[in-house]
Design a protein around this ligand. Structure first.
Ligand code: SF4
Length: 511
């Protein structure tokens, strides 16, 4: 048992639903209790799809448990085929149905259906949504992909784009952006899957020269299988950020056997924006990152190489990719937090007190409580992160979107500077929120109070002069200065923090 209030991922059958819903002619028969249809809302409300997910639930009730739930499943499968006429069918259980062990795969087999039936074994009590999506996509491919035709000489190389799915964070626009980029390089797209793919598309996956894996959490198992099975290589770089996109272009050209274009010309506007003098004040901003592995690893690189931020902490809920995230954390001299417990994430944020959080919807809540600026870089996300406008994260336009999104929550340079100089203005005082954000809550103050109250019992007390001196430190780093000084005082056995203690601590930590 684990006491849980928020979960970063849903159960694995939601991952399977994401694959079925992404595709155009696959139906999913899900053995599940009445009420599990709640998951439909993820697609119709959050993603705002104009159609119901292609999922038939058996919706058994308590009274059915005394009868034949297996027969219920068979009826549901028969009716789904008759009504929706899919080209292939996925069958599986949700968490509760897993306990009654009806074996949907065996039952569907007994029906002798004339379309391919792919049974899913998704262990709901050990695995989560992304794993469920990855496993479903892999099983679909294993059952459907055909041996490639004898390759005839083609004028242009071709690739598949693997990983984009329903309910994916910006998948729709990433696919558009990367498709345009690949076409511009002279590479044709054989199949994009699972998003918008048909069963016929999946069958011809092996015809491409190589695979582009946009979302390793969903597409990597399949890419590795295609490599083993058909010797089809795949990309390792995810084109998130200006630098990574350039690496991606080089990698694609190598795989496609084409000449690398003049790469200096293929840069995002964001690169110049980050270099322009207005961005100088961004240098060294302390940033904390949390989300799925792919977005965190990529965002850490952008933050450090392209924005000039200092990465003070990072972590992921993607346990399957913990090694990649740990390796990434080492580059920035921090320890990766691998957890799906938001309380652990919040504790680390409280401890590190960053100036900016890049995370999921959960971190947005944490940031709000702590008064820290925040931008969303990864699922899980709310409805506003399925925007109407074009908003990719990948490729060159994606890098532009990222720059704007990350800088937006921060206090702008001039205001930050003026606040440091004039603290008593009636409108632009320290308790006021950044002016460009209108009604947002002020940063810092809330956290400072929380920290002071919580730790008052075992901390040194602040002299009036030291407290006044602390007030001269710009608000966005003051929390950090307070905590460092208190830690220093505790280590040194100082009972009252004076102005000298404050500066001794500063000297100590800047050594
Ligand atoms: S079967 Fe699983 S997803 Fe459905 S209500 Fe129960 S715990 Fe939730």
């Amino acid at each position: 048992m684990q006491l849980t209030l928020w979960t970063y991922e849903g159960p694995p059958h939601v991952g399977a639903m994401r694959i079925a819903t992404a595709m155009r002619d696959v139906h999913y028969v899900l053995h599940a209790p009445q009420g599990d249809t709640y998951a439909d809302l993820l697609f119709t409300m959050i993603e705002r799809l104009p159609r119901r997910p292609p999922v038939t639930y058996t919706t058994f009730q308590a009274r059915d448990l005394g009868g034949d739930t297996a027969e219920l499943f068979k009826d549901a499968a028969r009716q789904a085929i008759e009504r929706f006429k899919p080209a292939a069918m996925l069958v599986g259980s949700s968490c509760t149905a897993e306990l009654i062990q009806d074996d949907p795969g065996g039952l569907a087999h007994a029906l002798k259906l004339d379309i391919p039936v792919i049974p899913l074994e998704l262990p709901s009590y050990q695995r989560k949504e992304n794993w469920g999506a990855s496993e479903t996509f892999y099983q679909l491919c294993r059952h459907l992909v055909l041996k490639p035709e004898e390759k005839t000489a083609k004028s242009r190389p071709s690739c598949n784009i693997l990983g984009p799915s329903a309910l994916g964070f910006r998948h729709r626009d990433d696919v558009k952006e990367i498709t345009q980029l690949l076409n511009k390089l002279g590479v044709d797209i054989n199949v994009v899957a699972p998003l918008e793919a048909t069963v016929a598309d999946i069958r011809k996956l092996a015809d491409a020269d190589f695979n582009v894996v946009l979302y390793p959490e969903i597409g990597m198992s399949t890419a590795l299988w295609l490599l083993r099975q058909f010797d089809q290589p795949h990309t390792k770089t995810v084109p998130l950020g200006s630098n990574a996109t350039q690496d991606f272009i080089r990698e694609v050209c190598a795989l496609a056997g084409i000449e690398v274009p003049a790469i200096e010309e293929m840069t995002a506007r964001a690169r110049w924006y980050a270099q322009s003098v207005d961005s100088t004040y961004l240098t060294g901003k302390r940033v904390y990152l949390f989300g799925d592995a792919t977005h965190v690893v990529s965002a850490a690189r952008i933050a450090s190489e392209e924005m000039g931020f200092e990465v003070v902490g990072l972590g992921t809920y993607s346990r399957e990719f913990a090694r990649e995230v740990r390796d990434c954390a080492k580059k920035y001299g921090v320890e990766a937090l691998i957890t799906d417990d938001y309380l652990e994430v919040e504790a680390q944020i409280t401890e590190l007190h960053p100036e900016l959080i890049l995370g999921t919807q959960m971190e947005r809540h944490i940031a709000k409580r702590h008064g820290i600026p925040c931008a969303v870089i990864s699922a899980p996300v709310h409805v506003q992160d399925f925007p109407a406008r074009y908003a990719p994260q990948m490729g060159l336009e994606g890098a532009n979107v990222l720059f704007d999104t990350w800088v937006h929550p921060l206090m702008m340079g001039l205001e930050e500077h003026l606040l440091g100089m004039f603290k008593q203005d009636f409108e632009f005082h320290e308790g006021a929120s950044p002016s460009h954000l209108g009604s947002a809550r002020p940063a810092e103050i809330i956290v400072e109070q929380a920290v002071t109250q919580k730790e008052a019992s075992n901390q040194a007390t602040w002299s009036v002069e030291a407290e006044k001196e602390l007030g001269k430190i710009p608000f966005f780093v003051r929390g950090k200065a307070r905590r460092n000084t208190e830690k220093y005082a505790l280590d040194q056995g100082v009972a009252t923090i004076t102005v000298d203690t404050l500066y001794d601590a500063k000297a100590h930590y800047s050594r």
